[in-house]
Write a protein of this length. Structure first.
Length: 345
């Protein structure tokens, strides 16, 4: 079930809907790179990480060090956002430089495979919310359609019945899950890519464990790591959950949507100011990001009025809501998907 308003029929020449918008956006220079902005962002994030490590060294012998775990979790999410932008070529058009930035911020600093994330995320961007093509809505721990729910039995059936309540608790495991997925993906990779990715993933794990044990007692280190990874996963879950869950899901056997409708109808924007932009890493402009994946993060808010006006002229629903309401909509969708299994009890 979808919570979005049904879209009007798509014209035959679907490309013509997007072309005028693309021309206007290019004309405003909104696809131009913002190298300086990203340099400042990367340097600021690196200095903040260094400051947290310094603080851990100064108070690591006391339980007060746990107060730095939430701070590190927030900075880890900033690090992930930088890696995300590098993967979309928002920072630079040079693929080699983008890859280096992604490997540093993904593999080395987070233990998250840049190659795994890129191939998975690009598939999502190509066909958001498409049940057969988007890996983000494939049946796994969570399911997103009644068809997926109908096949769930046993423990997986129990998860589906309660998935709306379990969603945010499950995100507490996402930090660790990202590391597992990265190591598993090494089997898909080959040659130099596998060597580089694997070496950096191992370097992260060894470096993270060594850092904690060198700065604090074992008990402190275990609690710190658990808190840091849990809050990091929760932060990522809070950033990604509002974007597509509960929005339109294209019918695999239905009419094919053009780029504009495929991205707009499946995405949801989150209203807010500078704090929302910072907390969600610009992903609150999900519609603009999906229409223009290489658009630098600071330009997304500038493109929003143009996109909204263009959709209004074409009669295409442009969904925008508050942060709390976005969670309510996403969770309600997951709750309704699990309803048939609850009715069978």
């Amino acid at each position: 079930m979808s919570l979005a308003v049904a879209a009007p029929p798509s014209p035959t020449d679907t490309g013509s809907e997007f072309t005028p918008l693309l021309k206007d956006v290019k004309g405003q220079g909104l696809l131009d790179r913002r190298t300086g902005w990203y340099v400042r962002t990367i340097v600021t994030n690196a200095l903040a990480l260094a400051a947290v490590v310094t603080g851990m060294a100064l108070i690591g012998g006391t339980w007060w060090v746990l107060a730095l775990a939430p701070v590190l979790a927030v900075l880890s999410a900033r690090t992930a956002f930088i890696g995300h932008d590098a993967g979309h070529a928002q920072i630079t058009a040079n693929r080699s430089v983008s890859r280096v930035i992604g490997l540093i911020h993904g593999n080395l600093l987070l233990g998250m495979s840049y190659a795994w994330w890129n191939q998975k995320h690009n598939r999502h961007h190509a066909n958001p919310n498409h049940i057969d093509k988007d890996p983000d809505v494939a049946a796994d721990v969570l399911v997103f359609t009644s068809g997926q729910a109908a096949t769930r039995t046993g423990f997986r059936g129990w998860l589906t019945r309660h998935q709306a309540w379990l969603f945010f608790p499950l995100t507490l495991l996402e930090g660790l899950a990202l590391k597992v997925y990265g190591f598993q993906d090494l089997r898909r990779q080959s040659g130099r890519e596998r060597l580089v990715e694997g070496a950096l993933l191992v370097a992260h794990v060894v470096g993270y464990v060594t850092l904690l044990l060198s700065l604090m007692p074992l008990g402190h280190a275990l609690v710190f790591a658990a808190l840091h990874q849990a809050l990091f996963g929760l932060h990522l879950g809070m950033a990604f959950a509002p974007n597509h869950k509960g929005m339109e899901m294209p019918d695999p056997d239905g009419d094919k949507w053009g780029h504009l409708r495929r991205q707009v109808l499946t995405s949801r924007n989150i209203k807010g100011g500078a704090l929302t932009d910072w907390f969600l890493g610009g992903l609150n402009y999900q519609i603009e990001h999906h229409l223009f994946p290489s658009m630098p993060r600071p330009h997304l808010r500038l493109a929003q009025p143009m996109v909204k006006a263009h959709c209004r002229r074409l009669g295409i629903p442009f969904v925008e809501t508050g942060l709390v309401d976005s969670y309510r909509q996403a969770l309600r969708h997951m709750y309704e998907v699990g309803e048939p299994l609850r009715a069978d009890i």
